[in-house]
Write a protein that binds this ligand. Structure first.
Ligand SMILES: *[C@@H]1O[C@H](CO)[C@@H](O)[C@H](O)[C@H]1NC(C)=O
Ligand SMILES: *[C@@H]1O[C@H](CO)[C@@H](O)[C@H](O)[C@H]1NC(C)=O
Ligand SMILES: *[C@@H]1O[C@H](CO)[C@@H](O)[C@H](O)[C@H]1NC(C)=O
Ligand SMILES: *[C@@H]1O[C@H](CO)[C@@H](O)[C@H](O)[C@H]1NC(C)=O
Ligand SMILES: *[C@@H]1O[C@H](CO)[C@@H](O)[C@H](O)[C@H]1NC(C)=O
Ligand SMILES: *[C@@H]1O[C@H](CO)[C@@H](O)[C@H](O)[C@H]1NC(C)=O
Ligand SMILES: *[C@@H]1O[C@H](CO)[C@@H](O)[C@H](O)[C@H]1NC(C)=O
Ligand SMILES: *[C@@H]1O[C@H](CO)[C@@H](O)[C@H](O)[C@H]1NC(C)=O
Ligand SMILES: *[C@@H]1O[C@H](CO)[C@@H](O)[C@H](O)[C@H]1NC(C)=O
Ligand SMILES: *[C@@H]1O[C@H](CO)[C@@H](O)[C@H](O)[C@H]1NC(C)=O
Ligand SMILES: *[C@@H]1O[C@H](CO)[C@@H](O)[C@H](O)[C@H]1NC(C)=O
Length: 514
């Protein structure tokens, strides 16, 4: 009597299977209640290692089958430190994270970008409704500061927003209000600090003060009394600054329509890129490229670098061939240049300008307009924070625009016959006595030391031979000292020079404001 039993089991299996495909039991884990604690260890069940060296430990994940949003701990490389992030991963129909060899996690938001935590760090959704990230040593790294705001739970939404909601379902806190370097479709980038009196979209390098390298201004009558924002839509980045949705945006920057999951990211070099999932993550648009040349990005050739066509990077050189700058890395000129002798406010009397002709600056907003070249230079001389005076003649050729950066990023070579105006950069450099030695490369110092050493040896030998010869013929005479081993000073200078070479390029920040 085995036959019917097998049939029965088979039927049951079919029914179960049928149920699972039609009723879609929830395999995902998109929400959490108060008083929940997650520890960044193997205790988190949804952990995946990717072949590019990155790793995620998912806490919440919404949806199944295809690119989906999740939040959790993320690391890459040595994985000695982790971030709490929102990311996109590939999922199967059971909401499992799959494709570890191509579906690398794309981080679109992070809570603690500048304060990574260790293995064993704790994320609490406390009983009082606050999300708190604690490092393994107990130090509080990040918090939503939402205690006493009647939070009822945490929700990872379909469109990549991590939200704390109250009993009625209204949003108390959301990650969309705290954008980092990415936007996901639907997300709005609200008006930031009012840095510039114009209205529009700006991209700037986050130095102090910020330097603007891109602007899309809008004009017209203002009908928008609410908040101003740019919104990432299916085929555009749309500016709603003077107008309000659902009416037409003031300006659009077009983006290829999404055939799958997309996100937008402001890269560390200032490019604004859109990525799309097409069996791997591909770059589908570089939004500012239609407006900016490669040399117009502030980090095209790093700090203090000079950018020529086709992104040839070099360090500032003077006609007298005295070097005040050296490449951070000789093999990668695009990493920029460092000062051989740093500027010191103590010794402004030893500061001079080196002049670079036919060179200008990306900064769109001049610090002084319609001034003459001497005024421009003098203001820089008088302010110790000023690193360079960059001057570009106006159309009348008697006055022009003056840029006085406090941090000097990439400068660009221009052809005055093409832009129809002359431009020059006057870069402030420190001139002090020891710099002559500091300029010596380690190789030169090595040759010098070897030479002096050789001279010493030859001297000694000559002395000994002569002494022997003389000793045979006459009474001893005293002879002056021979040159000994040089030269502690050279060694110190070698150290200084090496330290200068090793000086690393600091990271520039970028942002967008209206
Ligand atoms: C949250 O609490 C509600 C009500 O007690 C419960 O139905 C739900 O399953 C809980 N959710 C999670 C993710 O634990
Ligand atoms: C990921 O890699 C780490 C270190 O190699 C290992 O300890 C861990 O078990 C791996 N996790 C998974 C889910 O494979
Ligand atoms: C992880 O780091 C590697 C090497 O730096 C890089 O190629 C890769 O893109 C990173 N992965 C992610 C998901 O960012
Ligand atoms: C987080 O949760 C753990 C375990 O429940 C607890 O020991 C710790 O005190 C909590 N930290 C905070 C800041 O609430
Ligand atoms: C969570 O977000 C989804 C949208 O992705 C929404 O449908 C759902 O109602 C939200 N849940 C709560 C508890 O707010
Ligand atoms: C702005 O408003 C004024 C007065 O209402 C009107 O004359 C003008 O045409 C409007 N300009 C634009 C660009 O809509
Ligand atoms: C975006 O729009 C195109 C057509 O304009 C459409 O085919 C596509 O499905 C849309 N993508 C998404 C993710 O909605
Ligand atoms: C500036 O001068 C003071 C006093 O002479 C000295 O202590 C300090 O180290 C100097 N600072 C620099 C950056 O050289
Ligand atoms: C600057 O450009 C002008 C005109 O093309 C040229 O005559 C001059 O030699 C250039 N100066 C330098 C230093 O390249
Ligand atoms: C340099 O200029 C900045 C900006 O104008 C100003 O805040 C600062 O006080 C000036 N420093 C000096 C030493 O004049
Ligand atoms: C640029 O400067 C040179 C020399 O100073 C001058 O001959 C030339 O007319 C200037 N060109 C422009 C476009 O101002």
């Amino acid at each position: 009597m085995k036959g019917p039993w097998i049939c029965y089991c088979f039927a049951l299996f079919l029914i179960l299977n049928c149920y699972s495909t039609t009723a879609q039991p929830p395999f995902d884990y998109p929400t959490a209640n108060l008083s929940t604690t997650w520890v960044n260890t193997e205790s988190l069940p949804h952990s995946v290692n990717f072949t590019d060296g990155s790793r995620v430990r998912a806490i919440l994940l919404r949806g199944s089958f295809g690119p989906k949003f999740a939040c959790g701990f993320y690391c890459n490389g040595t994985c000695t430190s982790y971030l709490f992030v929102v990311f996109i991963v590939q999922t199967n129909s059971a909401s499992g994270i799959v494709q570890p060899a191509s579906g690398f996690p794309q981080v679109v938001w992070s809570a603690n970008r500048d304060y990574p935590v260790s293995y064993g760090a704790v994320l609490n959704l406390t009983a009082t409704g606050e999300m708190v990230l604690q490092d393994v040593d107990g130090s509080k790294v990040w918090s939503t500061n939402t205690a006493e705001k009647s939070v009822a739970g945490l929700n990872m939404t379909d469109d990549g927003n991590l939200v704390l909601v109250d009993i009625s379902g209204s949003v108390v806190w959301q990650s969309f209000d705290h954008p980092t370097d990415c936007l996901v479709p639907g997300q709005r980038l609200f008006q930031g600090q009012q840095l510039i009196p114009n209205k529009g979209l700006f991209a700037y390098v986050g130095s102090n003060p910020p330097q603007v390298y891109y602007t899309k201004a809008v004009s017209g009558n203002n009908t928008n009394i609410g908040r101003r924002y740019a919104r990432f839509l299916n085929d555009s980045l749309s500016l709603f600054i003077l107008s309000i949705e659902p009416s037409d945006p003031d300006e659009v920057i077009t983006i290829p329509p999404a055939s799958s999951s997309q996100y937008m990211k402001l890269m560390p070099d200032g490019h604004l890129k859109v990525f799309e999932w097409q069996s791997s993550w591909l770059e589908v648009a570089d939004l500012l490229d239609s407006y900016l040349g490669e040399c117009s990005y502030p980090m095209a050739c790093g700090r203090n670098g000079v950018c020529s066509d086709n992104q040839q990077c070099s360090c500032p050189i003077t006609s007298s061939r005295i070097n005040y700058f050296t490449a951070v890395n000789d093999r990668q000129p695009s990493l920029g240049c460092s000062e051989i002798t740093p500027l010191t406010c103590n010794a402004t009397k030893d500061q001079v300008f080196i002049t670079l002709e036919n060179v200008t600056y990306f900064n769109i907003i001049a610090d002084m307009e319609r001034v003459d070249i001497e005024t421009c230079k003098q203001v820089c001389v008088n302010n110790c924070s000023c690193k360079a005076a960059i001057f570009q003649y106006g159309s009348d050729s008697s006055s022009g625009d003056c840029y006085l950066p406090f941090e000097l990023f990439t400068m660009m070579n221009v052809d005055p016959d093409v832009i129809h105006r002359n431009a020059s950069a006057f870069i402030k450099v420190q001139q002090e006595a020891p710099y002559h030695y500091a300029r010596f490369t380690p190789t030169l110092i090595f040759i010098l030391v070897s030479f002096l050493f050789l001279l010493g040896v030859i001297g000694c030998l000559t002395y000994i031979i002569c002494k022997r010869r003389w000793a045979t013929h006459m009474e001893e005479e005293s002879i002056g000292e021979v040159p000994g081993m040089p030269n502690r000073f050279s060694y110190e200078e070698l150290k200084t020079a090496t330290e200068n070479f090793n000086k690393k390029l600091g990271e520039g920040g970028f942002g967008a404001v209206f």
